[in-house]
Design a binder for this molecule. Structure first.
Ligand code: IFM
Length: 456
């Protein structure tokens, strides 16, 4: 990832294969914001900022992309290159040699929420208000406008639906109300409302400049809230989330065998072409949602969904194992998480997908970092506070790393049941301290002081 990232701002991003191969023609996908960006946000925030600027500088094309499909706001392309227009191929040679249409640009619209997720994580981790005022807010507000135009009102149910989409599980090429997409749409709208009122209270003059530039009316913000509250989210009373409308009615096929790499063995009775008629899932979908919005779902919801979807997810994409590892760790499934972790590490080292020669899987690299950071170190940001709840693998003695949080570089030294933290560098002079929560204990970290926290 370090080699792939331009060290200074040369207006580019990181491709799905980094600079290691020509597959996907060097195109940038959602892989960047959801899987790769967190590493840069916490280790080199200025590079993360540049990666987000890549999207900002292509807002004009993304707006045109939305218009071309009949929507408002911004629709960043499913596959993006230098020009910022949609570069997704419109046809593809299928595994049986036939030419098939590619629907991703027209339907895999969760990309809009994914970019906003990246922006919000950057904002939460860095508190870079200047970035948000100059670039971030405009992208978020345009994304909210997109979802307003993308939803359909269902008068019978007094709810909003998102129809005809492809979710992360690309076995399904046209579904209604994919839970991942709907949840991202709902969250984007809520986040846009929060950001708007945050700026109204803290930077009213600058907000005026933004709204004037965008022609944004206060009534639009009222709509965002109303729509967000009414977007369909398919969850049963026991917490089981339906991946999309009708998913539970699909033929029930589960994984029964795992290979030497610990990857699921494809069930004999189903051909790849038939996967769409079954409950088999290509890559983390509901589980990715639970990982990204971990603070919003209870342990029991995570548990029931993890158990259900682990038996149905084939991990046919490298954007999958990390979410499973992180959620498994949250649920105390250390052994299982360690397996996912090792498989993720081996993605290209052992060529587990058989296509490393076409380029390495950047999302898996980012995913490995996320398993270590979010999983083993248990990093989370909640209510503006950095939390750590370490759970090292059994044979690990120590985990030492530095990360940037709110413009301070903090070093963490985690050993079994004890974590030390100190500020290595602080860009904010005379700060009153940084609030941390380690093993559920609150502490304030001051420059020049080391704290040692024991797990109770
Ligand atoms: O973005 C991914 C997608 O989720 C699965 N197929 C490969 C793409 C590029 O890595």
């Amino acid at each position: 990832m370090l080699v792939a990232a331009p060290p200074k701002d040369i207006d580019t991003s990181i491709a799905a294969k980094t600079l290691t191969g020509e597959w996907y023609k060097g195109h940038v996908f959602w892989d960047t914001e959801v899987f790769i960006l967190p590493f840069f946000i916490f280790t080199q925030p200025e590079i993360a900022r540049n990666l987000l600027l890549y999207r900002y500088r292509r807002l004009k094309q993304a707006r045109e992309g939305a218009r071309a499909q009949g929507y408002k706001g911004t629709l960043w392309p499913w596959e993006s290159a230098a020009g910022g227009r949609d570069e997704t191929p419109q046809t593809w040679v299928n595994f049986d040699g036939t030419i098939i249409p590619v629907y991703n640009s027209a339907r895999e619209h969760h990309i809009v929420g994914d970019v906003v997720y990246g922006i919000s994580l950057y904002h939460r981790a860095t508190s870079d208000e200047a970035f948000m005022l100059q670039y971030g807010a405009e992208m978020v507000f345009e994304a909210a406008r997109f979802w307003v135009s993308r939803v359909t009102y269902n008068p019978e149910k007094d709810s909003y639906e998102v129809k005809k989409v492809i979710g992360p599980n690309e076995f399904q090429e046209c579904v209604n109300n994919n839970s991942y997409t709907n949840a991202l749409a709902r969250w984007t709208l809520k986040y846009a409302v929060e950001l708007y009122s945050h700026f109204q209270n803290n930077h009213p003059r600058k907000l005026k400049v933004i709204t004037k530039k965008m022609g944004l009316k206060p009534e639009e913000v009222t709509d965002w809230k109303e729509i967000a509250d009414k977007i369909v989210f398919l969850i049963l009373t026991n917490g089981l989330i339906e991946e999309f409308e009708g998913y539970f009615q699909k033929r029930e096929v589960t994984i029964r065998e795992w290979d030497n790499n610990g990857l699921p063995v494809w069930p004999d009775e189903v051909s790849l072409a038939e996967a769409k008629n079954t409950q088999l899932v290509k890559q983390a979908d509901v589980i990715l949602l639970l990982q990204l919005f971990s603070n919003e779902f209870s342990t029991s919801t995570k548990e029931i969904n993890y158990k259900y979807y682990a038996l149905r997810t084939t991990h046919k994409s490298s954007l999958s194992l990390s979410s499973y590892a992180i959620v498994a760790l949250e649920l105390g499934e250390a052994e299982r998480a360690d397996k996912y972790f090792k498989q993720a590490v081996k993605t290209d080292f052992s060529d587990i997908y058989g296509n490393t020669e076409l380029g390495v899987h950047a999302a898996a690299l980012g995913g490995v970092w996320q398993i270590i950071g979010y999983g083993f170190a248990g990093i989370k940001i909640k209510d503006g506070i950095l939390k750590l709840r370490p759970a090292l693998p059994e044979n690990w003695k120590r985990l030492n790393f530095r990360l940037w949080f709110k413009q301070a570089l903090i070093e963490f030294d985690i050993s079994r049941n004890v974590t030390e933290a100190f500020i290595v560098k602080d860009k904010i002079l005379r700060r009153k301290g940084i609030e941390l929560e380690i093993y559920d204990q609150k502490h304030t970290l001051y420059s020049g002081e080391k704290i040692t926290v024991e797990e109770r």
